[in-house]
Design a protein around this ligand. Sequence first.
Ligand SMILES: Nc1nc2c(ncn2[C@@H]2O[C@H](COP(=O)(O)OP(=O)(O)OP(=O)(O)O)[C@@H](O)[C@H]2O)c(=O)[nH]1
Ligand SMILES: [Mg+2]
Length: 329
Amino acid sequence: MTSGGAARRRPADLPALIERARAGEALAVARLISLVEDASPSLPEVAARLAPHSGRAQILGITGSPGVGKSTSTSALVSAYRAAGARVGVLAVDPSSPFSGGALLGDRVRMQGHATDDGVFIRSMAARGHLGGLAWATPQALRVLDAAGCDVVIVETVGVGQAEVEIASLADTTILLLAPGMGDGIQAAKAGVIEIADVFVVNKADRDGADQTVRDLRYMLSLGGRHSTAGAWRPEIVRTVASQGQGIDDVVAAIGKHADWLRAGGELDRRRTARATAEIEAIVVASMRAQLRDVSGNASLAELAGQVAAGTIDPYAAAERLLTDGTSA
Ligand SMILES: Nc1nc2c(ncn2[C@@H]2O[C@H](COP(=O)(O)OP(=O)(O)OP(=O)(O)O)[C@@H](O)[C@H]2O)c(=O)[nH]1
Ligand SMILES: [Mg+2]
């Protein structure tokens, strides 16, 4: 499925589409997520209609370097949650890909086992090119999956620094995957992901060096930071061989423990409020950028730019004029 003109049009019957999505109809869910991806003008209405039905799903973020086993682990987690009777949504977010819609080929293969299960929604999203990127589009897609009755939604993002940090602000529980021998421990520390993860998974434990990776992690966690403050969550370290489903139950257990901790201390509400704050900010920023884009097509910006370049006025004064006069400047 590609994003195109069709998705930009307002769906003829939005209330019916939302009802169908709420009833768990995969096509309707996909259609709503396309509206999000395409930044449809009907998004505010979609959001308004979804709001009463969202806030139930447990959001899990899975991040880690390319090839570490995120999709394999996600697929194994889906199986585990399905076995426990939960409805599961998967959102694979590729912050760098210009492609959208259907899953990447490799992911498709790894997720194939779930393709015919109507208790599982799988969707890929490309964030590049979005106003506000991940921060803006992902929460809206999560709302769709949440309202569609998913008990658990797993967001998979390739670890590229900023995206990892963003995923942590989206998720109730953030899972960082590492693998032996990838120099991942050090990279993770650099990117500050150690700080944001709630559960550490050393995947590919069938390979040499898993013990060393666990030791490196323990050492890094011992150095202090968020996890060592009083009352803080002490992250678990779990070993897995995702390709064989080994250790996945331990990951589920660690996620469950973290979820209990979140609820017990009021941290869940704090996280969700922080998430809502970021969401509102992202919408405001996106809308301001869109206004600015209108302005850039406007003669006033070109004129002001000429004046700034010529030194007639300063850029702050020019910006101020645009902000106060808007597009009519
Ligand atoms: N030996 C071994 N291989 C694994 C394990 N888990 C996954 N793999 C393999 O590692 C490769 C990459 O797995 P993916 O699940 O696609 O990794 P990913 O992190 O989703 O990759 P990207 O989405 O491309 O960043 C695949 O060939 C998997 O079969 C494991 O526990 N042990
Ligand atoms: Mg993947």
